[in-house]
Design a protein around this ligand. Structure first.
Ligand SMILES: Cc1cc2nc3c(=O)[nH]c(=O)nc-3n(C[C@H](O)[C@H](O)[C@H](O)COP(=O)(O)OP(=O)(O)OC[C@H]3O[C@@H](n4cnc5c(N)ncnc54)[C@H](O)[C@@H]3O)c2cc1C
Length: 403
């Protein structure tokens, strides 16, 4: 049976189709009772699964059409970011931001509001200007107003292409600084450069590493009280940095520095589980203190925790909807039974800050509580009803959210 990347989910779907034309996607969808899209399988929960059939758009013809005048690119939805970033760069363009690894599909990333870091950077979904989607009756619908439809959790249909807004190509220098006390000016550090990530294993009240991704045209930023790493680092203590993007301030193209991991390596063997909660930036310091208070429970089942920032947006199901965000991420050991109680505990500690979970990672939040954190959920429910009246693309997770 097919599994997700981490191997913790076995898909129940009877079959995984790999159509090679949009026409085939249309016929498949029109003839199916229950169907869902599958991307590059990096989600850690049952979001992609269905009791019906799955369809991957990974074999659709490759499309990378740059419109230089509009500063946009139309890409096939199943492409991984690493598969077209270099081509954009060659044409003088870049995406404003990327996630920690470039191995994920564009559609799978955007429909789940996948993000990188940077106080002025939105999620990857915020770069989506439009998309083509095969809806329940098999027709291709062109979406030109992305606010309600992009972060859709696969509930609107099978996305076959996306049009992304671009920025002029740029260069980044990446530095790692070590040993930031947790009671430092954390928000100041997170806002100190184009993209900043903090890593801690919660073994002490200290941030182990500050990853600073600085545009070459920005002034150099050195977080106070830290020491510059004397060589390349991996975020997880003890792991070899060979699969990490170049550090030590060596300037390079943005797509080779914004992800933490190089495309030619698998970042790990999938021996991990992940959870991530998003809180408002103004609550971030208190939220970090709340995790610090339970670090004796967190540390034993943790590989590494990462803290990033995401700018607010207007997308209905976005965890960053109208809220400048700090995300608190946990890469756990690959032991579901040991990890789940700690996931619940972390959720309880953060409850006063009304955290919104990463849609594609493991979380335990009562459905009615989760629903209350998305004020535009009624609008999204209506959109689903209009495009998929019989719930063809709905699964258990989405059904619970929409009920
Ligand atoms: C090692 C690792 C590192 C990660 N780093 C980050 C990070 O830095 N930042 C972050 O925010 N997240 C991160 N993630 C999470 C990841 O971005 C999400 O899991 C994302 O959904 C992965 O995309 P995918 O194509 O693998 O999706 P899948 O797991 O295949 O599917 C996820 C969802 O997308 C839907 N979907 C996929 N393709 C389509 C389509 N064509 N049309 C409609 N719906 C579709 C599926 O139905 C499902 O609901 C990481 C995950 C891993 C394993």
């Amino acid at each position: 049976m097919a599994k997700n990347w981490a191997g913790n989910i076995t898909y129940r779907a009877g079959k995984i189709h790999r159509p090679s034309t949009v026409g085939q996607v249309q016929s498949l969808v029109a003839g199916s009772g229950r169907i869902r899209a599958l991307g590059t399988r990096h989600a850690f929960n049952e979001l992609a699964d269905t009791t019906g059939e799955l369809v991957s758009v990974g074999d659709l013809p490759r499309v990378v059409e740059v419109d230089s005048a509009a500063a946009q690119v139309k890409v096939s939805a199943g492409l991984r970011y690493a598969e077209f970033s270099e081509e954009l760069d060659a044409k003088g363009f870049a995406l404003p931001n990327l996630a920690s690894l470039p191995h994920i599909s564009v559609a799978g990333a955007c429909v789940t509001a996948t993000h990188g870091s940077g106080v002025r950077n939105g999620s990857l979904a915020s770069s989506v200007a439009g998309m083509e989607i095969v809806t329940a009756d098999g027709s291709v619908v062109e979406i030109t107003d992305p606010s309600g439809a992009v972060v859709n959790l696969g509930a609107l249909g099978i996305v076959t292409s996306m049009t992304l807004d671009l920025v002029p190509a740029f260069e980044i220098r990446q530095y790692v600084h070590e040993g930031l006390p947790l009671d430092s000016d954390i928000l100041g550090v997170l806002g100190g450069a184009y993209s900043v990530s903090l890593f801690t294993d919660w073994s002490s009240s200290k941030i182990n590493q500050v990853w600073v991704k600085q545009r070459v045209d920005e002034p150099e930023f050195v977080p106070e009280g830290t020491v510059a790493a004397d060589g390349p680092r991996h975020p997880v203590p003890g792991m070899s940095p060979e699969n990490c993007t170049p550090q030590l301030g060596i300037a390079g193209r943005s797509f080779e520095r914004l992800p933490h991991f190089r495309p030619e390596f698998t970042p790990s063997a999938g021996e991990e589980l992940q959870t991530e909660f998003m809180v408002g930036r103004s609550d971030a310091v208190a939220a970090l203190r709340a995790i610090d208070a339970i670090r004796a429970k967190v540390h034993p089942v943790l590989q590494i925790s990462e803290i990033r920032t995401i700018a607010a947006d207007e997308m209905w199901l976005s965890p960053y909807y109208r809220r400048d965000t700090v995300s608190i991420h946990f890469t756990w050991i690959a032991d579901t039974a040991a990890v789940l109680p700690v996931v619940s505990l972390v959720g309880e500690q953060l409850a006063p800050f009304a955290p919104r979970p990463h849609w594609a990672k493991i979380f335990r939040i009562a459905p009615e509580v989760l629903r209350s954190r998305y004020e535009r959920l009624p609008d999204f429910r209506e959109l689903v009803r209009s495009l998929d009246p019989e719930g063809k693309f709905t699964n258990a997770m989405v059904g619970e959210l929409l009920s």
